[in-house]
Design a protein around this ligand. Structure first.
Ligand code: SAH
Length: 393
């Protein structure tokens, strides 16, 4: 099974390659492989992450061909005659980016955290939670199973801010994954040292997922005691300048956040040279200081925010987060994808650990086997005419 369509290299110009699949042409960056025209590759987030043999690629392309054009037709139909904000956003997505949808996996490898974020169920003040850490080899093994076994081409490695994973351990993990099963590795490990991130770049990771949470400085300082917004933004900028693809964004519906704040959040996300917007509804956790907040409007607010972000930034990649699915288990993902979203994540954390990564309550898909989650996502994408591919810019 495969969640991306391979592309054929048409041109190589230093580190930039032009790849094509069916009648689509895309540009991608390559600094991992020797490539010549005629080679076949997988690219994620505009970065070549795997080279595959011509015979394997031809086989996969053959299996996709008929379906691909059917999906495109369906997407075109669903995106025509837009009538409201969300439909307009969807038609812009269709026009700018076609029907491709990134499907990334996420491994939550540790729930230990040194921080005391008021919104988060993992905050270090919370004692009644079973803490876990995956051993480095266990993480490499889990990545291998998901990349080689299940076909994922991009994996987020997420944790609380956990210093137990020092530079040596993290480099070992990234190296280990890249040697055994290359993919786009996206780090989501919080505000760690800039040099540590540089070492991890050299080891082969190419993405970071680090939300700035809110562009409102006073809310930020209130919700993240001991930290300031400028520091986080400056780290995001440095990581971008190192060459990392940046995924960032904010929470929608935080106590005290206004509509104006949200528009500024969207603008800030765009201004950071962001590869993928990642924002989702705030869901109060009962064991945190923000437990009493009424979040009944978060779902609609988050979907409308996807639509606004799409209209403000027509060519953005916009993630539809698990938090949205959590608030509407049946339709949350679909609503997000039909309002301008074009990326999804699947939780591939080992099943026995998933429920302990308790950032907010009731997380969707927590008890589902990865294979079932994948089937569900592929069914949804088929239903709305999207193809799980992301070949480049
Ligand atoms: N330590 C990493 C990862 C944090 S968890 C970091 O600092 O980046 C990933 C994301 O979960 C956070 O960035 C935050 O936006 C989100 N999150 C935490 N608590 C939440 C809640 N109660 N509702 C919705 N999202 C939440």
């Amino acid at each position: 099974m495969c969640y991306a369509i391979p592309g054929k290299v048409l041109e190589v110009e230093d580190k930039a390659v032009t790849v094509s699949y069916f009648d689509e042409k895309r540009r991608a960056r390559n600094d991992l492989y020797e490539l010549i025209p005629g080679d076949y590759v997988y690219a994620q987030g505009g970065i070549v992450v795997q080279k595959i043999s011509a015979s394997e690629a031809t086989e996969i392309l053959k299996s996709w061909k008929e379906l691909f054009f059917k999906l495109k037709e369906k997407d075109t139909r669903l995106a025509s005659n837009p009538k409201d904000l969300r439909q307009i956003a969807n038609s812009i997505r269709h026009k700018e980016l076609g029907n491709s949808c990134c499907v990334h996996g996420i491994i939550e490898f540790s729930n230990h955290c040194t921080q005391r974020c008021l919104y988060c169920g993992l905050n270090s003040g919370k004692k009644a939670i079973k803490r876990y850490r995956m051993a480095p080899d266990e993480i490499i093994e889990a990545a291998y199973d998901n990349i080689t076994g299940l076909g994922f081409k991009a994996l987020v490695l997420q944790s609380g801010e956990d210093d137990w994973y020092d530079a040596d351990k993290l480099v070992y993990i990234v190296n280990g994954i890249m040697k055994r099963s290359p993919a786009l590795i996206i780090l989501s490990i919080g505000e760690r040292d800039e040099n540590l991130y540089k070492k991890l770049y050299d080891a082969g990771s190419r993405g970071v997922l680090l939300r700035f949470e809110t562009s409102n400085e006073s809310l930020y300082s209130e919700f993240k005691p001991g930290r300031d917004l400028k520091g986080r933004i400056s780290l995001i900028e440095k990581l971008r300048d190192t060459g990392y693809l940046v995924m960032t964004g904010f929470q929608v519906g935080l106590p005290g956040q206004t509509q104006d704040d949200i528009l500024k959040d969207i603008e800030l996300t765009a201004s950071l040279g962001t590869e993928m917007f990642s924002f989702g509804p705030f869901i109060p956790h009962p064991d945190t200081p923000l437990a009493g907040h009424n979040a009944s409007e978060s779902l609609d607010l988050a979907i409308d925010t996807i639509a606004r972000a799409r209209i403000m930034k027509p060519d953005a990649k916009i993630l539809v987060t698990t938090a949205l699915e959590t608030l509407d288990k049946e339709e949350g993902l679909k609503k997000g994808l039909m309002a301008g979203g074009n990326s999804l994540m699947i939780n591939v954390t080992p099943a026995k650990l998933r429920r302990f990564y308790d950032i907010y309550p009731g997380r969707a898909s927590i008890d589902m086997e990865v294979k079932d989650q994948v089937d569900k996502v592929l069914r949804l994408l088929k239903d709305i005419g999207r193809a799980p591919t992301d070949l480049g810019l």
